[in-house]
Design a protein around this ligand. Sequence first.
Ligand code: AP5
Length: 206
Amino acid sequence: MTHHDQTFRLLIVGPPGAGKGTQAVGIAEAFGIPAISTGDIFRANIKNGTNLGIQVREIIESGNLVPDSLTNELVRDRLTEADAAAGFLLDGYPRTLEQVAFLTQLLAEQGTAIDAVIELKVDVDSVVERLRRRSLEQGRADDTEEAIRHRQNVYLQETAPLLETYAARGVLVSVNGFGTVEEVRNRIFAALEQRGLRHPLHRLSG
Ligand code: AP5
């Protein structure tokens, strides 16, 4: 729980390798909210051989998007869990305009809305190197050369247009995603603070 009454409903968006998952953990911890990654949830289901995992395995390995209906249902269930009541940081969702519409409606039914959308701005070609390195270290099934390229194209076609939608709503916070993990994190905290979104541990981040 946060230490005061303010709630934080945040999204983090950026192309594959932008550092969404890496940054999500530190931000969520500082704000006292859960980091919810749809990619992580899907991968856990694949690993555990659940029905959902069996349904999405090939889609994810090829770098395509899981159908909106499946993804929306999963997010709705996750956001109704108790730990998300005081806020959340969604990593990798929404990714299509249909998912944006679904999330907007879901939150509107609760009388809430997204407070800020953190865009990690990186040059797509430069971050490919990060993913190549990860594929050597951890072997994620969608980190093959072909799947990385495909994920980038899917991002540009399906997900990048969301940024305009959130910019029009006045909640887009764009941050330079290059530099060390700590540099990027501090930029994110500073940008959120400018919008009145100050995390309870702010004293610790200097
Ligand atoms: P998802 O898990 O969301 O993957 P992604 O968007 O391709 O992103 P990545 O995890 O590759 O990158 P990231 O930006 O999180 O960077 P990370 O911090 O890991 O989705 C996977 C798949 O699931 C999708 O393709 C789709 O099939 C499906 N899916 C998920 N959500 C969906 C949805 N809403 N709808 C439909 N389908 C969905 O960092 C990458 C690497 O770089 C790491 O090794 C890290 O250590 C390193 N790194 C991070 N920051 C830095 C830094 N500052 N400097 C140097 N290295 C860094």
